[in-house]
Design a protein around this ligand. Structure first.
Ligand code: ADP
Ligand code: MG
Length: 239
């Protein structure tokens, strides 16, 4: 029962930007405890879906259910503390140290210094970031290191749901594949439900349990690991 529960359900969503329909009667579920890769051409509505899920965009029609409840826009800030969000251009604060960037949500949630220190060090260890970096600033780190800091920051409050929007797209191949291992270790240590937008099939294949292919604001195909080879073949043929 628990196994098939959905962390997110989008039900009959329609959404337009300036008279242009971006999502059309879209219904899709994302399974709890699974990593789902969301892919599709640029402009197909992937980032819009992530923004719907964390309440930054409100649909014209349809329902957004997160953690079993319809999204409560009055409580959006509180709900968002349970939804980690990682984007391609990490968005670290340049004037804050790595330690302060990572523990930002702990500070906002008024955690004790001791628990913030412990959590920061644990996360940095888990993603292989040396504690020598605690007092450095983002510009002193490589792109791959900055992205790992972004991951630590997003996971600081142990969110049950993590949204990732092409998080590793700007990294070179070997840096990306290195981060996949850290991502998997984090998933084993503190499992959460993940929705990851990606253009990279190797990334989807390595990280995801489920796959959703979006085209022109509609679901073109979806499935699990055993469906992936045929979904991939169809997608590549349609390019
Ligand atoms: P993807 O992430 O799949 O590339 P997006 O979800 O960002 O696609 O965008 C889907 C469509 O909606 C695109 O045509 C984009 O130009 C449009 N769009 C996205 N956000 C806005 C916005 N805030 N205002 C107007 N159009 C937007
Ligand atoms: Mg996008």
């Amino acid at each position: 029962m628990q196994k098939n529960k959905n962390v997110v359900e989008l039900i009959d969503i329609t959404l337009s930007f300036q008279d242009r329909k971006v999502l059309v009667d879209l219904s899709v579920n994302f399974q709890s405890g699974k990593v789902t890769a969301l892919f599709g051409k640029s402009g197909s509505g992937k980032s819009t879906i992530l923004q719907l899920i964390n309440g930054m965009i409100i649909p014209e029609y349809g329902k957004v259910k997160v953690f079993d409840d319809c999204f409560d826009y009055q409580q959006a800030n509180i709900l968002r503390l349970q939804i980690g969000y990682v984007v391609q251009h990490v968005g670290l604060f340049p004037h804050l140290t790595i330690e302060k960037n990572i523990s930002l949500l702990g500070k906002i949630s008024k955690q004790s210094i001791k628990s913030m220190n412990e959590r920061t060090r644990f996360l940095m260890d888990t993603v292989g970031l040396s504690q020598d970096y605690l007092n450095k600033y983002p510009h002193q780190l490589s792109g791959g290191e900055q992205q790992r800091v972004g991951l630590c920051r997003a996971l600081f409050l142990k969110p049950p749901l993590l949204l990732m929007d092409e998080p590793f797209a700007s990294l070179d191949y070997s840096t990306r594949t290195g981060i996949y291992n850290y991502f998997k270790i984090l998933q084993e240590t503190e499992p959460c439900s993940v929705i990851i937008v990606t253009h990279q099939f190797d990334e989807a294949e390595t990280l995801a349990d489920n796959f959703v292919w979006l085209e022109n604001g509609k679901i073109k195909s979806q499935g699990n690991k055993s469906d992936f080879p045929s979904i991939k073949t169809d997608y590549l043929a349609a390019l």
